[in-house]
Design a protein around this ligand. Sequence first.
Ligand code: GDG
Length: 460
Amino acid sequence: MARFVVVSNRVADPRKSAAGGLAVALGDALSASGGLWFGWSGTVVEGGTPGEGEVHTQHAGNVTLVTVDLCKEDHDSYYLGYSNGVLWPVFHYRLDLADFDAGYIGGYRRVNQLLARKLLPLLLPDDIIWVHDYHLIPMAAELRAMGCKNRIGFFLHIPLPPPLILAAVPQHEWLIRSLFAYDLVGFQSQADVDHFARYVGQEAGAETLDTHQFRAFGRKVQAQAFPIGIDVDEFAALTHGKDAQDMYQHMKKEYSRRRLLLGVERLDYSKGLPQRLKAFRELLKNYPENIRSATLIQIASPSREALDTYAGLRQELESLCGSINGDFGGLDWMPVRYIHRNVARKRLPGLYRVAAVALVTPLRDGMNLVAKEFIAAQDPADPGVLVLSRFAGAAEQLKEAILVNPYDTHGTAESIQLALQMPLVERQRRHQKLLERIRSQDIHWWRSSFLEALAACSPD
Ligand code: GDG
């Protein structure tokens, strides 16, 4: 059995329960073959040399975790600058928020080269390599330039925008050319694959060899959708665990006379939080029967706080929550409970289960795992309702959710009202279908279908 190597910006210790479904699923695959997980250590070295970084090795069972430190200059240009100041906003269709500083690309290339240089000597000839996400798009090209002949796959966790949006990135051609150094490129949704196909057709004159295969830049690549899932059984077990049960009982008692609406995400502008709060305000205005009877709990866990756009968003949210609570709240009830903190993973399912409605309304999202976690945590006998943005990758699969356009404040408020009023039989019918869907394409399916497709790729 070939050894499995995962390369991602951050490396998680798969033995830690806080690691989350993706880390556990990759960890399972790594343990099965004995493998290597490689990436940035998370350490930023003040005053270090650009393009250099100390390597750390740890062993977790038969999995080796190898991480590399970054100096401040590399971290700022590779991580804050190019990855999260250019690629994240543009790939989420937010050209207005991109910071096209010409200096960032140098750091992005330098760190990809550094990581490739440190990884190369650790590789065995038969290793199968799986690279993750937008931080590392040129990783295979860098490895190939150093002589690596291994099979290499890539998965993009965020959306790929349409060609005319992608073309706003000054290095768009170089980025897409870099993808052709992989054997297999996986996307979250069919829409992303369609954007890739259109881009390579229009901008690179690619020849489509079959539904999934494209030839351009003198190389062949396979591009396919592999919608990421969750570990449904693990999440259901977590739901019945002590921490989640305690949370459930506590919230059930505290909100015995109210219906709970719930939002859970990293505080990120892709998640549509201001739009959601405005829709909730519209709900209270148009359907005053919800005053005193519906409460929105919004968890917005801190994320990328070193970037100005995130600090601005935080202020906007605090001000919106304040104005809704001021306009509609009373001494005995506040409409919004906004929590800018991380909630322990073991407690989250209890919160999902107590909610009558989950609001998952990103403006754009690669997949959105919160939508799937909410479904997995429900009581099938009395399930809550999922209100889901049509712009989340998950909307391609989760057709039985109430799909909304988050830019349409009035329409979203109407849909939330519909969700609050939905009869039990209809809730059960929808939940059953949704559960079937997240079960049939869970995280294990995602991992094995990607790896099978990668193993089946014919050498170029
Ligand atoms: C990227 C793509 C794609 C959130 N708040 C807390 C917390 N979370 C957990 C959720 C969920 C995860 O974080 C978020 O996953 P999402 O998929 O919703 O979003 P991103 O972080 O943007 O992830 C996305 C994903 O990659 C996978 O490919 O679906 O489209 O953007 O698991 O539960 N967890 C804890 N406390 C919190 O406060 N413990």
